[in-house]
Write a protein that binds this ligand. Structure first.
Ligand SMILES: C[S@@+](CC[C@H](N)C(=O)[O-])C[C@H]1O[C@@H](n2cnc3c(N)ncnc32)[C@H](O)[C@@H]1O
Length: 294
């Protein structure tokens, strides 16, 4: 990611959530009433042009062959895992950490379930500073009712996440719920491994992580080829897809990073859990839920 400007892909995922918010509540995969606040004027204008019933979502879905629906279902899946963990009386997390937070508003959307637990958002300085400016404005307008997350600004590729998290108070004694959404694919393999290995060093056993991965559809047909091509197109947003791992290989990879696989959820399953209409889910990504040792 280029340092100077806030992440474009973070704005795209906010746009996808904002377009979902245009649908009637029963049709929505998730609710994010704040997503619209993070869109630039141009993006807001594009969204406003499709006022009704998430038509922008349909259009993006058509172009991206289900990428929008994947982004929405992964967010919902991670919401569900977080809420489930928070509801677990004995083993609930003491703290929540979102890595590569972008315009994630879980600290506000789930404030009641979070119940005052420390909430840390880690992101690249360019994106994090833009978010702070927007949250300041929302606060002045009285639109934030929950405590704001603490922010930690870092470049995962060049700085030590372990050191910075330890400085931020993660000393390995608390159970942490980590969310790492829409980031692994933009990092080098080394940076992905370092990030995952860091988690068990800075949190207590029984901590959890949810994240998502891209993988290479390794079929020779045209559809698979078009998905491989689409991933490369993100180069033009300045955030090329670098890291991928096949879901069959994910368990072994996590073992190397001192994590235990709980489940991988493939696009077909995400669709059956969360999509109530004919929207497709992008087939070359999946979600992962894992935990640190006993
Ligand atoms: C696709 S966005 C995902 C944002 C958010 N998690 C979501 O799902 O809406 C990728 C996020 O990763 C962050 N990111 C990308 N490369 C990074 C790096 N090298 N260091 C820190 N953050 C990075 C970006 O700033 C951005 O917020």
């Amino acid at each position: 990611m280029k340092d100077a400007r806030p992440s474009k892909t973070a704005e795209v995922t906010a746009l996808q959530r904002a377009s979902e918010q245009k649908r009637p509540p029963p049709e929505r995969i998730l609710d994010d009433p704040f997503a619209n606040c993070f869109l630039t004027k141009t993006t807001q204008a594009a969204l406003a042009a499709w006022e009704h019933r998430g038509k922008l979502g349909n259009l993006l879905g058509w172009f991206s062959v289900g990428l929008t629906t994947f982004v929405l279902t992964r967010h919902r899946y991670m919401d569900d895992r977080l809420l489930e963990a928070l509801a677990c009386k004995e083993k609930a997390p003491h703290r929540i950490v979102v890595l590569g937070a972008g315009y994630d508003m879980r600290a506000h959307r789930h404030a009641k379930a979070i119940d005052g637990r420390p909430f840390l958002e880690v992101d690249h300085p360019a994106t994090g500073k833009r978010k702070t400016g927007i949250l300041d404005k929302l606060e002045r307008e009285g639109r934030l009712t929950a405590p704001r997350a603490e922010q930690l600004l870092i470049d995962f590729q060049t700085e030590s996440l372990e050191e910075r998290l330890k400085q931020a108070g993660l000393q390995g004694k608390e159970r942490v719920f980590f969310i790492w959404e829409g980031v692994s694919m933009y990092l080098t393999r080394e940076a992905v491994k370092n990030t995952l290995r860091t988690l068990s060093k800075v949190s207590a056993p029984g901590s959890q992580i949810v994240f998502d991965c891209w993988f290479l559809l390794d079929q020779p047909d045209l559809r698979s080829a078009s998905h491989r091509f689409l991933a490369n197109m993100l180069l033009f947003l300045g955030e090329p897809v670098l890291f991928g791992i096949h879901p069959e290989d994910a368990g072994g990879f996590l073992d190397q990073c001192n994590l235990k696989m709980m489940e991988t959820v493939l696009p077909r399953e995400l669709k059956s859990r969360y999509v109530r209409d004919d929207r497709r889910v992008y087939p070359a990504c999946y979600t992962v839920w894992a935990r640190t040792g006993e």
